[in-house]
Design a protein around this ligand. Structure first.
Ligand code: GLC
Length: 819
């Protein structure tokens, strides 16, 4: 840490480069007249040429490439000496995208390269680059020309880009940063770090997502700085008028991603870096974890309690103690004499077993994984060829070089035994990589980097990503056509293609509950929608109230898992006494009732790149007062929550975006576009459904797939106007959806003062197992006189609470309800 900070202040500080390197250089070379080491800036453009989708501009020495990636995405690269580095990226899902048209025009003082939607301007005189839409509206502009400084210690360059920070421009994104949502005024660093019990504003944390969104006058663009070295971002912190990003090595290479809607920026970022594959349905149920459930009798006991108390749960986790002396891919036979039998018994009760795998492999000649790794030279080595050795849980360890494809392939096969034992999911931890004492690997460790060799400076931030990639690819083969479930702590941009993530070792405090809501909104904004926190807080002891309020937030966390450290007291939904148990149960049940809605949100993420959690600044980006809102957020398109984040809170002010909103627990209607004070009794939370929505609901089940859904309940929330809702379904655990074996239903609900119509269209080849829908009509402003389904009179029933119910065949096209 100290080293970095010094470096940051001397060599890397944008404003105050005190020339330390320069003076050293002169001391060492008093007589030689070598070129000075100093920051160099692009000068005036003297030539340009084109090759396919790339336009090159040069100042006579340095070259800049402007590459058209899609109609809305442009990549900018800088080669200080005119030669680009090899074009390789771990972040990208695929390289080639469709572009309709692009061309370059030369004007008197600038060039402009444009596509159908955007225009990139390159000034001839000072090489400043800017981006506008085709109507000429400026979105993003250089404040200074791109610049660099030679790095005499490691070779290559420190590379810098400085943009104008416009007045009131807000900034979002950057992964798991534990700070306010709008990053304006912050300077942040990316260097994956094991940060046990991290604090508010601590930086860096576990993940590196060098992607941010700028929101200027209510219109958005994104910048993805695809550089795996230690990177820095300064959002008008050092200078009100500047936003800069820079790196200690690699290439100055970034993507400009056009909006103007934030959600479109994120979707386009996903077209570059990929989305999460559709998780198996069970992976989005409720999961129970701790460090650690052992021996076997304890695991069975926890499982039994869930079923006895009728609290739904889909997965139980085994932390490191299931292993033999923390040796990955082994069992501690004393604690787990017959793991296969235990896992099968749990599976019979509807529990999936998920186990931990760390990257550190114990140095032990009698341990097959170590021997194989050693014989095949799979472990990382230092600059002078020594093995990279460090202490982690098992003691002295060596570490596979996951940036080597051969090593990844091998790593993937190691899971075979555990998969055969019946393990359903894997949890990759400590992959920053974490090393006790010194934190992580030293910089001189070498990596194969898929043939683009580099030191740990280059590979550090992708190490965890490549580990979980190896895990995912291996599991995909071992599970045949079944979807794996993986979760990782460290990540780089693009990791969503291989895994879900959690926010690491948080604390059982109200502040951390709030931090969790910020981190998950931010991760979702940064391309990692499948994310969760350790519900209850990893370290420390929550009281019943904190635990329950966290559980409520957990229902609206894409990944929902309770986890806690080894020295904590019991942390099951019933551990805080009956009153709390009742509320926890109610909310876990709610998660299961909402599963078809939640699953649809995952589908929209997988297929279209929509983020699952949506901050209000994303939902209504044109309203300046929304840019700072942090506590309320949408889960998908139809649900808004504002978790209770303080002890003893009796009510809460909640902003609702424009439209009608139904309070979930009593269906009271609130008019949006303003703030409301909402009572927050312990067994409720501010939870609203957008008027006009169709929310599918499952009956409560103890685990996904426990019950056959006989008829799918669709809750229809009346609102005037036309609203569209989607409901997705498929097998729940295979990749058949990639061959169109799924069903995506679209409901168009049109509400008038005295009628409501519901139209259905269906897409895909999957057939549901139920025959009927059970429609619940909520909030009708009229008494129903007549209902017709596809022109035929249909029976409607009203219950004591005045709600209407209709049963219809699942393949209806049109229902008309008239008053
Ligand atoms: C790390 C993980 C934590 C886990 C522990 C033991 O601290 O972040 O989730 O329980 O290691 O494996």
């Amino acid at each position: 840490m100290l080293e970095d900070d010094n470096l940051n202040q001397t060599t890397l500080n944008e404003e105050e480069n005190d020339g330390t390197l320069e003076s050293m250089h002169h001391v060492n070379n008093p007589v030689l007249d070598l070129p000075k080491i100093e920051k160099k800036y692009l000068e005036n453009v003297v030539s340009h040429n084109q090759n396919d989708k790339s336009y090159y501009f040069s100042d006579g020495k340095a070259t800049v490439e402007i590459k058209i990636v899609t109609d809305e995405i442009v990549r900018v690269r800088l080669a200080p000496q005119g030669t680009f580095l090899e074009d390789f990226s771990y972040a990208l899902a695929k390289k080639d995208h469709r572009v309709s048209i692009h061309q370059c025009k030369e004007e008197e003082d600038h060039y402009s390269v444009h596509t159908n939607t955007i225009s990139c301007r390159i000034n001839k005189e000072d090489f400043l680059i800017s981006f506008s839409d085709r109507a000429g509206k400026l979105f993003n502009a250089d404040q200074a020309p791109m610049h660099w400084e030679e790095n005499p210690d490691f070779g290559g360059y420190y590379v810098y880009s400085t943009k104008i920070a416009f007045e009131n421009e807000a900034f979002y994104g950057l992964g798991d940063k534990a700070t306010k949502l709008n990053l304006r005024g912050k300077r942040l660093k990316n260097w994956n770090s094991d940060t046990y019990a991290f604090a508010y504003d601590q930086d860096p944390l576990y993940k590196t997502i060098p992607f941010y969104i700028g929101l200027k006058d209510g219109e958005a663009y994104g910048i993805f700085f695809d550089n795996t070295f230690k990177t820095y971002f300064d959002f008008a912190a050092e200078d009100q008028g500047k936003t800069s990003f820079w790196s200690e090595g690699g290439e100055l290479q970034y993507y400009y991603i056009h909006g103007p809607h934030i959600i479109d920026v994120i979707r386009r970022y996903h077209t570059l870096t990929g989305t999460h594959y559709l998780p198996p349905l069970w992976a989005i149920g409720y999961h129970q974890c701790r460090w650690s459930y052992y021996p076997e009798a304890n695991v069975r006991k926890v499982a039994e309690e869930f079923r006895k108390r009728q609290i739904p749960c889909d997965a139980i986790y085994l932390d490191i103690d299931y292993m033999d002396g923390y040796r990955c891919f082994t069992w501690n036979k004393q604690y787990f004499p017959n793991p296969k039998k235990m896992i099968a018994d749990l599976a019979n009760e509807g529990f999936k077993t998920v186990v931990m795998i760390d990257p550190g492999i114990k140095v032990d000649e009698n341990y097959w994984v170590f021997r194989e790794g050693k014989e095949n030279r799979y472990f990382c080595r230092r600059g002078d060829d020594y093995f990279m050795e460090g202490f982690v849980w098992p003691g002295r360890c060596q570490f596979p070089d996951f940036t080597n494809p051969e090593v990844r392939q091998w790593w993937g096969t190691l899971y075979q035994g555990l998969v055969e034992d019946g393990v359903a999911g894997f949890w990759n931890d400590m992959n920053e990589p974490a090393v006790f004492g010194r934190g992580t690997f030293p910089d001189d460790v070498r990596h194969q980097y898929d043939g683009h060799r580099g030191s740990h400076r280059k590979a550090h931030n992708v190490y965890g990503m490549q580990m979980v990639r190896a895990t995912y690819d291996g599991l995909k083969k071992l599970y045949k056509n079944k979807r794996p479930f993986t979760i990782t702590r460290a990540a780089y941009a693009g990791t969503q293609r291989y895994s879900s993530v959690w926010t690491g070792d948080n604390l059982a405090s109200w502040e951390h509950l709030k931090l969790g809501t910020l981190q998950l909104q931010r991760l979702s904004t940064s391309g990692m929608s499948f994310c969760g926190t350790d519900i209850g807080g990893f370290t420390g002891e929550p009281d019943g109230e904190l635990f329950t309020r966290w559980m409520q937030f957990g229902v609206f966390s894409p990944f929902m898992r309770v986890h806690s450290a080894g020295d904590t007291r019991d942390r099951e939904p019933w551990s805080f006494g009956e009153d709390w148990e009742k509320i926890n149960k109610k909310f876990i049940e709610l998660r299961y009732q909402l599963l078809p809605y939640i699953y649809t949100c995952f589908w929209e993420q997988t297929k279209y790149g929509y983020p699952i959690l949506r901050p209000i600044s994303m939902v209504e980006q044109h309203i300046p007062t929304n840019w700072q809102r942090e506590e309320e957020f949408c889960f998908g398109d139809k649900i808004l929550v504002s978790p209770v984040l303080q002890p003893g809170q009796k009510s809460k002010i909640v902003y609702l975006p424009a439209g009608d909103w139904f309070y979930y627990f009593n269906n009271a209607v609130y008019v949006g576009g303003k703030e409301h004070t909402i009572a927050t009794p312990l067994d409720e939370m501010p939870l609203f459904i957008r008027g006009g929505s169709v929310i599918p609901e499952y009956p409560v089940m103890q685990y996904t797939g426990e019950k056959k859904v006989e008829e799918l309940q669709l809750n229809i929330y009346f609102s005037e106007g036309v609203h569209r809702s989607y409901v997705y379904s498929d097998h729940g655990d295979t990749f058949a959806y990639e061959q169109d074996i799924y069903l995506e239903k679209c409901f168009t609900v049109s509400g008038l003062k005295d009628s409501l119509s519901i139209k259905q269209t269906r897409d895909g080849l999957f057939t549901e197992r139920y025959e009927e829908y059970k429609l619940q009509l909520i909030g009708l402003p009229f008494r129903v006189k007549k209902v017709k389904t596809d022109g035929i009179d249909t029976k409607i029933q009203q219950d004591e609470q005045g709600r209407y119910w209709i049963n219809v065949a699942r393949e209806f096209d049109n229902i008309l309800i008239e008053g």
